[in-house]
Ligand binder design. Sequence first.
Ligand SMILES: [Zn+2]
Length: 132
Amino acid sequence: MGQLGCHSGVKPAGEPSSIAGQPGIVRAALFALCPRCGATGLFAAPAMFAPKCRLCGCEFASHELGPRGLYVVIAPLIIGLVCAALWLDETLRPPLWLHALIWPPLVALVVVAAMRLAKVAWLTSRINREAE
Ligand SMILES: [Zn+2]
């Protein structure tokens, strides 16, 4: 209770050094939690930030990862997925309709998950830098 600020003044013995109230990057990306206060509603769309946190007022939209940052995350992922598709085709030789059934949702899921993780990691680093 009462841990609204980002500073960790006197911390009780045995508590980890991370700031109280901050969810981890994976948890924040998965459950759309504010990296600063842990409130829900980080994303307005599957991979797009909401304008700001409704609880602590943290500005999400101004910390959106730029297209170059997203390219760095997405490009190797697409190469990996293409290799996976080629490998699957080579080893199991599934029919074409099965490829058409598997890959679109899988690619969408993997790309959205990667974008969310990258964006939350970027946002968290920016917030932590501002707090210092
Ligand atoms: Zn917040």
